[in-house]
Design a protein around this ligand. Structure first.
Ligand SMILES: [Zn+2]
Length: 459
């Protein structure tokens, strides 16, 4: 094992001694190693959005901020978009290219890596980052989302319409339920080979410790907007008890595995569309502590209706401790970024930029469009003339159109590079607009252009 892990600069000195991994003064030499612990993870707020403008939740002061997350594998300047590397790879793209598009961190999927190749393989390799040759910070989700959503057949869909019939036994049409939840955990059936597996909070924590990402998420139960209010309450209490068990298991694993860098644990907030449940979840997990171990940050999970996104993020941000980062799972629309950031979300992940790229859809500041359309067969301009990505710098739409029609693998690579560059860059620009105190102006201009933009608008 030759991996070398750098300790982050202490938060108070985040602006100085860049590139100098020396431990804090008085700390033992790395070989004598003070045990890895929560002190190796940090979050510092650099700037806040200007106060109430009437656009925040219920006219409350806005919660948005720009900050810096410190991990043992480097820092993340927030707000930040975290591209998804489901099975320890961003499909079709090399890690070096993800660095070029500006990705600061990558998020892998504990459920998929648990089934294949198995967390023990990643552990033996020295952890996720070493295994996949990604030197920067990494995240893993808890596996709960996949266990529950693949189990109910809804797959990746978390944005649902609550006006539809409430049904606690809902499964997608023509799907067999593959997951069963009880108070101790979940039995689920592998989508790969049909084998039966058991996830509990303790299993999820061990799996995520073995995978070795810098930021992990507590195991939670995903409910859908189909579930009744009664079930949401029951589920929220189960998730609260699971969160305590996750903290206890995390604390034990951290001390047991002191040869590894510290892995931060984020609690996950559920509560669907109910204000009282969302606020309670935020208060409970924000204050939760088990033998001195608390959550290092929080994930805002579960079913969210697009029109309530900002309100829900605002509710939980008002309740959560301000000094810890907040991750919003699964959004990628420009409008949603502005709304979520205004209301206090710091990081985001979503598989969409790469998934839609492989199907031929590309994002631009003027809206999105589909490369397979016949109008691009002889269009020798780039996807976006102002884009500085590798794809736009070197390839024409006509060439991309040809690659798609010919079913060439390079198509996925080139379009993913462009979409990830666009998405990561947009959130970076939102961050800059907060630092420069021009967030509202930037939102107005960006969304106005995105909605009415030239080339995309005609299709
Ligand atoms: Zn581009």
């Amino acid at each position: 094992m030759t991996a070398e892990f750098l300790r982050p600069d202490p938060i108070a000195h985040a602006d100085s001694a860049a590139g100098n991994p020396a431990p804090p003064e008085g700390a033992p030499a790395p070989s004598g190693a003070s045990a890895p612990g929560p002190q190796d993870f940090g979050f510092r707020i650099e700037a806040r959005l200007a106060g109430a403008t009437g656009t925040g939740a219920d006219n409350a002061p806005r919660q948005g901020r720009a900050g810096i997350i410190s991990t043992p594998h480097g820092t993340i300047q927030t707000p930040a978009f975290i591209p998804v590397a489901t099975k320890a790879t961003v499909k079709a793209v090399r890690p070096e290219q993800m660095t070029e598009v500006g990705a600061q961190a990558l998020l892998a999927n504990a459920y998929h890596l648990h089934l294949q190749p198995g967390p023990d393989v990643l552990d033996a390799a020295g952890g996720l980052g070493t295994f996949m040759n990604w030197p920067g910070p990494t995240f893993t989700d808890s596996g709960g989302f996949q266990v529950m959503s693949l189990g109910s057949g809804f797959k990746k869909v978390i944005t649902m319409d609550s006006s539809r019939v409430a049904d606690d036994d809902a499964v997608a049409p023509d799907k067999e339920r593959l997951a069963r939840v009880d108070d101790d955990g979940v039995y689920f059936t592998s989508h790969i080979d049909g084998s039966t597996h058991r996830f509990t909070p303790e299993v999820s924590m061990r799996v995520q410790h073995q995978i070795g990402a810098d930021i992990m998420f507590a195991f939670d139960e995903l409910t859908t907007l189909f579930n009744t209010r009664g079930y949401q309450e029951e589920s929220l209490e189960r998730t609260r008890l699971w969160a305590q068990r996750c903290l206890a298991a995390h604390r034990e694993l951290t001390s047991e595995r002191s040869h590894r860098p510290y892995q931060a644990l984020f609690g996950v907030l559920q509560g669907a569309q109910y204000e009282d449940l969302r606020r309670k979840a935020a208060r409970d997990l924000g204050a939760m502590e088990v033998d001195g171990q608390r959550f290092d940050g929080f994930g805002i999970g579960g079913a969210l209706e697009k029109e309530n996104l900002g309100i829900i993020v605002g509710w939980v941000s008002e309740e959560l401790p301000e000094d810890r980062p907040r991750h919003l799972l699964g959004i990628s629309e420009p409008e949603d970024f502005f709304t979520a950031i205004e209301n206090g979300a710091d990081t985001f992940d979503c598989v969409s930029p790469s998934r839609v790229a492989r199907n031929g859809r590309v994002y631009t500041p003027d809206g999105y469009f589909n490369i397979p359309q016949a109008r691009f067969k002889r269009d020798f301009g780039p996807i976006d003339p102002d884009c500085t990505c590798y794809t736009c710098s070197n390839y024409s739409l006509a060439y991309l159109h040809h690659l798609y029609k010919a079913k060439e693998m390079l198509f996925s690579t080139l379009c993913t590079i462009h979409n990830e560059h666009y998405t990561v860059g947009l959130v970076d620009d939102i961050r800059d607009s907060i630092l420069q105190d021009r967030f509202d102006e930037f939102r107005r201009d960006t969304l106005g252009r995105y909605r009415t933009g030239g080339r995309a608008a005609s299709h």
